[in-house]
Design a protein around this ligand. Structure first.
Ligand code: ADP
Length: 538
């Protein structure tokens, strides 16, 4: 017997209609390049998204065609998030921090037909234009300077169309809404294609209290770029529940973000740890000066949060919530909430749980595997994390990379490349990425655990631990440390501190002090560059 409920398509247009009818006056605020704040609304966003959909159709863009964006976080990018799928086309967010050659490869591989680009990023377009045959280039402008020949002014384009003429194309929920390429830290960039259905379900997931609990009372500052995994889905979720969004605009500094969060009375913000470490320095310099009392949480993911950072924010009255995800998982996979059993636990126990990656959100399933098969949920046995759920990729987009198929198991789960332990309560604790884990004498050493401990030292700002080839043990850890303040800690001091927490064979063979650690386009430690530098020296 079949169920007799409506086959209601889960498309981004459903979210758009809701935003338009329910929250026409709820604000979307953008910090422009000159620091000015522009105020728009969901009503205006919906009107302009429909104008964009009509304009794209007039440019010859149809069902499934890819439309790329090369943009910072701002109101026009939000319009593209809805307007491109509203045309039946596919939003393809290009990561502006990647090497230009990689951007060209990605745009070409995805067959992007139109590019919507910020005026301040036209130099990137210039350096890729001969390699990518965009049919149209639409420029979101901030200045009155003349546009280069052949380019279309975004505002002039929209002005030609009347939102009232827009007709919903009645999309199938399994059609593609958006795509994003992995940032290539683990090989050639691969395309992930989100469906309308996965996008809507992922948006719902973010509203759950045990996820980020995004709600109508929120004022959100999405620091995570809209060119990186859909700004963790926030633009869709915020529109769905009518949360105010405050976009940081081009090249935001920690000071810009702090200013926006205090002046706009933000309740929620999201970004990678490096951003929040930067803001922490400002808070520490002037305790009590910045009023963050409106903030109920800062969601931090993309890399492990150092304990010192979480504790320092606690002291400033701001709660950090750690979450784990990947481009391939839309991205929300797990969130580190405190379950009922730990509500009254010792603060140290609570802190350890908060620092882990946490519990899979409903509809997401986890398991981990090592060479002996699926690992027990004992909180000790390490294995590679496998994941399935309605917003997890089932394959990559036309990848010629021979390893792409290996990312999926025979029964269709996605192999994450993350080495984890799963605890008896079902929560996940990430130990390392498969390519970063250090294999010493046949045993695994977690580089993340060592980094976390090193960054717990008062005079250490950043620490990355990499594997060095070793004749006797296969690999041994080498720690690279960026000091905080004027007196760098000595190796002996750091080793003595580590010796209190880890077995002797985990201790780094060598500790190197340097001014900075190279970062990826998403602000994570670029360990491949460190490995190249230090292994070349031996
Ligand atoms: P890239 O693979 O290029 O870094 P992603 O943004 O997809 O791009 O990164 C996903 C990876 O980031 C995960 O596989 C994991 O290794 C790491 N990661 C994400 N969230 C966390 C977290 N909370 N703690 C530790 N690592 C994380």
């Amino acid at each position: 017997m079949q169920g007799l409920m409506m086959d209601y398509p889960l498309t981004t247009n459903v979210i758009l209609r809701r935003a338009e009818t329910m929250y026409p006056h709820r604000e979307i605020i953008t910090r422009r390049g000159d620091g000015r704040l522009d105020r728009s609304s969901y009503g205006e966003m919906a009107r302009r998204a429909k104008q964009l959909a009509l304009a794209l159709a007039a440019l010859g863009i149809g069902r499934g065609d890819r439309v790329a964006t090369l943009s910072w976080n701002h109101a026009e990018h939000q319009e593209a998030y809805f307007g491109i799928p509203a045309a039946g086309a596919v939003l393809h967010t290009l990561n502006l921090r990647l090497p230009h050659e990689e951007i060209a490869y990605i745009a070409d591989h995805a067959d992007d037909r139109v590019l919507i680009v910020d005026e301040c990023l036209l130099d990137i377009y210039d350096s890729i234009r001969t390699r990518v045959p965009f049919e149209h280039v639409v420029v979101v402008r901030e200045s009155d300077a003349a546009l280069p020949e052949g380019m279309i002014d975004y505002e002039e384009l929209l002005a030609q169309y009347d939102a009232g003429d827009y007709v919903d194309p009645q999309l199938d929920e399994r059609e593609a809404a958006a795509m994003c390429y992995t940032s290539g830290t683990t090989g050639r960039s691969k395309g992930v294609v989100y469906s309308h259905r996965s996008t809507v379900l992922h948006s719902l997931a973010l509203t759950m209290a045990d996820a980020l609990g995004v709600c109508a009372a929120d004022v959100i500052v999405p620091v995570v770029p809209m060119f990186h995994v859909n700004a963790w889905g926030i633009p869709y979720t915020a529109a769905m529940v009518g949360a105010v969004q405050v976009f940081p605009g081009p090249r935001p500094t920690p000071a810009d973000i702090l200013e926006l969060m205090t002046s706009q009375r933000a309740t929620l913000a999201a970004g990678v740890p490096t951003v929040w470490l930067g803001m922490l320095e400002l808070l520490d310099q002037a305790p009590g000066k910045h009023d963050l009392s409106s903030v109920r949480a800062i969601a931090v993911g993309g890399a492990a949060s150092p304990q010192r950072m979480v504790e320092s924010y606690d002291r400033h009255g701001v709660r950090i919530v750690c979450a784990w995800g990947m481009t391939e998982t839309s991205p929300i996979g797990t969130v580190s909430i405190l379950p009922k059993e730990l509500q009254d636990a010792d603060p140290d126990v609570q802190m350890q749980q908060r620092l882990r990656q946490g519990f899979p959100v409903p509809l997401v399933e986890l398991r981990a595997r090592n060479e002996n098969g699926l690992v027990p949920w004992d909180g000790q046995t390490m294995g590679e994390l496998e994941i399935c759920g309605p917003w997890v990729a089932s394959q990559y987009y036309e990848s010629s990379d021979p390893t792409a198929g290996m990312a999926f198991t025979d029964d269709g789960w996605f192999r994450t490349g993350d080495i984890v332990v799963i605890r008896p309560d079902g929560s996940m604790h990430l130990q390392d990425r498969a390519k970063d884990v250090i294999k010493s004498g046949g045993e695994w050493i977690s580089s993340i655990a060592l980094e976390g401990a090193l960054m717990g030292h008062d005079r250490v700002a950043e620490a990355a631990v990499i594997a060095m080839p070793d004749e006797r043990w296969g690999e041994r850890p080498l720690a690279v440390v960026v000091p905080r303040g004027d007196t760098p800690p000595t190796s002996d001091e750091l080793l003595a501190m580590l010796a209190e927490q880890f077995p002797k064979w985990w201790l780094p063979e060598q500790i190197v002090v340097r001014k900075e650690i190279p970062k990826t386009s998403a602000g994570k430690f670029l360990k491949s560059a460190l490995r190249e530098q230090y292994t070349a020296r031996v």
